[in-house]
Design a protein around this ligand. Structure first.
Ligand SMILES: [Zn+2]
Length: 388
């Protein structure tokens, strides 16, 4: 299956690469950080804030949207883009991760997974087929498949094997459901290397926990299916950085070069740079906005906690290298005051900064890959970021 993805530059000393992924709603430059709009909203921010921060793609969540406001309602409203007034790209998570976060209330069968709503206890069934249908109703640009995610910090190989086997069977069913839902593939390569895309794209999810042999098997299996890209699921769940790096390498070494790789739920600067080095192209995480609401801001010289007394009279921006709306207009002193006064604007201004910080980090990573200095950029960035 043709993927509307072009690799533009490759680092000669690592697997890092830059590229462009074309969707119905525009171009996503990779490596990319995607802010998380779980419930059709990036918490505390508007679509205008996100556009101004340079966001090209948001991540939203099928599980949450299916339960509330319901995917049927989104379809009636003309789809998620219109509903939330966002004209960039949207990727939807299949909901597998959220369903497996509810171990007391879910039951896995060959057909799919039954679970109880965390809102009202009502019972529901997700299958590989109906998740594709729900994503179609949402109208997102990139759809992901229902998978079996293991949450345990130290999963047994037996459990990981069982989960992978079922994920593989579900992936084959999801690929068929996609072909039936998107009857005609409308992806046209253009002479300049770009693509015209008129249908939603399908990404498969690669599981295998922390076992490199299972990760390799999962990658090879997914590479044999008709998809436009690959998600790396089931990591960043408490494993060591070494286990994460080995697992990611086992995946990316066994995937075709010409399709994008997306690490689900990863979004701290150090982890993202490590994954880019191993050939990952796309990231999402709630972390930058979640910590913003607790007063934490990322800067090129490390993290700062704006509620600390030392910032009460500092008449300088959060990060003097940052070009975001917050850093252009407000001092640390003002932001410290807003946080201490429990003003909601504090959530917005710190979230804008943290999202822009990660989007700028990706811009700088892309530039360093293009000019052949990625590894030294990575080392310098991590050293400065971790110095405090
Ligand atoms: Zn800023």
């Amino acid at each position: 299956m043709i993927s509307p993805f072009t690799v533009l530059a490759k680092d000669t000393h690592s697997k890092a690469r830059t590229g462009r992924l074309y969707t119905q709603h525009g171009v996503i430059q990779t490596p990319v950080f995607m802010p998380v709009a779980t419930q059709a909203c990036v918490k505390a921010l508007t679509d205008e804030d996100l556009r101004n921060a340079g966001a090209e793609c948001l991540l939203s969540n099928t599980y949450h949207l299916y339960l509330r406001p319901t995917t049927k309602l989104l379809q009636q409203m003309g789809g998620l883009h219109k509903f939330m007034h966002w004209d960039g790209s949207i990727l939807t998570d299949s909901g597998g991760f959220q369903v497996y976060s509810l171990p007391k209330f879910r039951k896995i069968k060959e057909e799919g997974v039954t679970f109880q709503s965390h809102h009202d206890g009502s019972k529901h069934l997700f299958t590989p087929e109906n998740v594709i249908q729900f994503e179609s109703e949402i109208g997102s640009d990139i759809w992901t498949m229902l998978d079996v995610c293991i949450h345990a910090k130290d999963p047994s190989k037996h459990d990981a094997r069982e989960a992978l086997n079922l994920t593989k069977r579900w992936a084959e069913r999801a690929a068929k459901a996609y072909q039936q839902t998107v009857a005609q593939q409308l992806i046209t390569p253009k002479e300049d290397g770009s693509f015209q895309v008129k249908n939603s794209l399908l990404f498969g999810i690669i599981q295998g926990a922390i076992f490199p042999d299972l990760r390799k098997e999962a990658a090879l299996h997914m590479a044999s299916l008709p998809t436009h890209g690959y998600c790396i699921g089931g990591l960043s769940l408490g494993e060591t950085l070494e286990q994460m790096n080995v697992s990611v390498s086992a995946v990316t070494e066994n995937l075709p070069e010409g399709k994008p790789r997306y690490f689900m739920g990863l979004g701290t600067p150090v982890e993202m740079l490590n994954a880019i080095e191993r050939g990952v192209d796309m990231f999402d995480c709630v972390w930058p906005t979640r910590v913003a609401r607790n007063g934490l801001a990322m800067t090129g010289n490390g993290r700062i906690n704006i509620k600390n007394a030392q910032y009460r009279s500092e008449d300088i921006p959060l990060d003097d290298q940052c070009d975001c709306f917050t850093c252009r207009h407000y001092s640390r002193a003002y932001l410290c005051h807003l946080y201490r006064a429990a003003e909601l604007t504090s959530h917005r201004l710190l979230s804008i900064h943290n999202i822009r910080f990660l989007i700028r980090l990706m811009e700088k990573a892309r530039a360093s890959i293009t000019n052949g200095t990625f590894l030294s950029f990575k080392e310098d960035t991590i050293r400065q970021y971790l110095q405090q």
